[in-house]
Design a protein around this ligand. Structure first.
Ligand code: FES
Length: 98
């Protein structure tokens, strides 16, 4: 873990790569992306609608709630970013790989 429990999260969205700093505990990746002006998709922010689904390609994240993804999707590395918090110093998330 990094000293401040902050992760560098690389977000691939519509062929552009953005890097944001997301706390291990606190705002979700979706919230921090929005705070940084990144137009990542979301709707319910409650873990239900799966609009915010993306693929984790590096590192680990943990979801608070997951009412939308199947076990198989989770095994493949998909997450609901509105519920996701980083658990490693570096995380990469791909919204384009759907
Ligand atoms: S925004 Fe609905 S599940 Fe994340």
């Amino acid at each position: 873990m990094s000293a401040n429990n902050i992760s560098k999260v690389k977000i691939t969205l519509e062929d552009q790569v953005h890097t944001i700093e997301v706390p291990f505990n606190g705002s979700s990746i979706t919230q921090v992306a929005e705070d940084n002006g990144i137009d990542a998709p979301y709707s319910c922010q409650g873990g239900v609608c799966r609009t915010c689904r993306a693929l984790v390609t590096e590192g680990k994240v943990e979801m608070d709630e997951n009412y939308a993804l199947t076990d198989e999707e989770v095994e493949q590395g998909y997450v609901l970013t509105c519920q996701s918090h980083p658990r490693t110093e570096n995380v990469s998330i791909d919204f384009d790989d759907q």
